[in-house]
Ligand binder design. Sequence first.
Ligand code: IMP
Length: 432
Amino acid sequence: MKKYKSVAVLGTQWGDEGKGKITNLLALEADYVVRYQGGNNAGHSISINGKRFALHLLPSGVLNEGVKNVIANGVVVDLEGLLKEINYVKEAINVDRVNLLISDRAHIVLPYHKIIDALQEDNKGVRKIGTTKKGIGPAYADKVSREGIRIADLYDETLFKSLLKENVKSKNELIKLYGGSERVSFTKLYNQLMEYREEIRDYVVDTSKLIFDELNSGKKVLFEGAQGVLLDIEHGTYPFVTSSSPSSSSIPVNVGIPTYMISNSIGIVKAYSTRVGTGGFPTEIDDDISKYIREKGNEFGTTTGRPRRVGWFDSVLVRHAARVSGLTHISLTLLDVLSGLDKVKIATHYELDGKKVDTILAGETDFNNSKPVYVEIDGWKEDITNVKSYKQLPKNAKEYIKLIEKYTGVKVYQFSVGPNRDQTVTLGKKIF
Ligand code: IMP
């Protein structure tokens, strides 16, 4: 069977694993970077030559010269956010046009989705999720209930006008039902969208056909996941998840290509665990160590600024991600953040009611009550931010990597010791 030059890069925990930097680095060799799910709820930060860039919706290859970037059908697109980000990138890298293509089948996020997202959160009891309030859940809900508006619909003026009119009417009713005081004006929104559609017109294509053809002709394609497997609507810690599927198993559907075209799957694995929003977190810690890690790792949300919850590395979670996403490689990030700790711990499995548990249990309460069982080793004191090879790592850091490989069952292909691209050490042979 033909081997396609494709690699999926995805988060294996609850997001914020440092995907932006790794994707951007791998994108140096790619012809295409394709975002396949989520929207501007994501926050990817990338440092190039000491300068930090924050991206939300645009694929992480937009800052690299010569790489084509694609927003595929599985993404939900907030046009206002998209256009702002396009301008931000144009200024940042001093170009007239960003190298971008957008699927004509992608759904759009509209102002009423954001209002409803916030109201739904305010009205929730035990299932308050702590969403980013970017309208992601309501936009995907419209998509599956077949009330959504796609990019292609913007160019079918008669249909679009009635679609938007119906939607604005029903959404204003819903807002009222939730007790919200805001109302969306059809005329204002319609006029705004008519302007936006002209601004994006040149970017819009059938991206499914494009990627299929390009892979067939030998082009190198990188699929960029947002969030992480544990936030996956299907395979995450439901209901405290996002509304799309970051797992690489979703790429064929979200991009419109056959499953056999995905050759490699790199799981981005943070050297410890973090989570934003609510939901179970077996290895969570709240003490001087978590404070140390939060400050040192700058564990504050890129999109919301919220402090992230912090915990020890949990191999149960990463084994789960490896299974549902078929990980072929691990890229281990933020290893430098652990320098200076006396001891470091890895959860190997859980215990629940005296029994060993080595998977994520589906029941919310069972998962919340799963108690981690750890292996503990001595930490390392050395600053490793200038390490350029595996050999240069302190002995205990090497042991830590070996334990991660042992308990996740996946080889560490790369490790990262700082925010810059050149603070990444690659161990295996080139992926493309
Ligand atoms: P939503 O995606 O805004 O609906 O939020 C659902 C859950 O996913 C919340 O717990 C968010 O904090 C989380 N989430 C969404 N995007 C990200 C991300 O890029 N990183 C980490 N968590 C995220």
